[in-house]
Design a protein around this ligand. Structure first.
Ligand code: CUA
Length: 159
């Protein structure tokens, strides 16, 4: 089969571009540790309140490495607990899940933003640089009381 020279050049160029894009996705996934929002830890939604992983609701736990772990559960139409106090300038690890339907978790004015999917534990770590009173809202429509589902994250001056 005769393929015109310019056609052949273009075919190789196109193949090279495709291979380059696939390689860029692969390299960035490994280099930056890209992964889904949940870290794929599962939990039985009906047993959350007896699960030891959520035995410290409302009482942030200081981990051996200095990180503060905050456990929260979303239920229609509230967060348990709905008010959390954490210090500024320290890594805060949020461990979150839903006891019923899919909820959202957004701390306004920050980049803390995840979905809470029943059956999964969502986890992320963040540092609040500025003390203040932050509004926590559910940003996934979860039913008739969705618009009242909110809480407060109170970031206190570091001691
Ligand atoms: Cu919970 Cu919307």
């Amino acid at each position: 089969m005769n393929i015109d020279l310019y056609e052949r050049i273009w075919m190789w160029a196109a193949a090279f571009i495709i291979a380059l894009f696939v390689a860029m996705i692969g390299v960035s996934a490994v280099a930056y540790g890209l992964h889904p929002p949940s870290h794929v830890e599962t939990i039985e939604p009906s047993k959350i309140f007896t699960d030891p992983r959520f035995s410290r609701l409302g009482a942030p736990v200081v981990m051996p490495d200095g990180t503060i772990e905050v456990q929260m559960v979303a239920v229609m139409f509230a967060f348990a607990p709905n008010e959390v106090r954490v210090p500024a300038g320290r890594p805060i690890r949020f461990r979150l899940t839903s006891a019923d339907v899919t909820h959202g978790f957004l701390i306004s004015g920050t980049n803390a933003n995840t979905m809470l999917v029943p059956g999964y534990i969502s986890q992320f770590t963040t540092v609040f640089t500025r003390p203040g009173d932050y509004l926590l809202v559910c940003h996934e429509f979860c039913g008739n009381g969705h618009h009242v589902m909110s809480g407060r994250i109170i970031v206190e001056e570091a001691k």
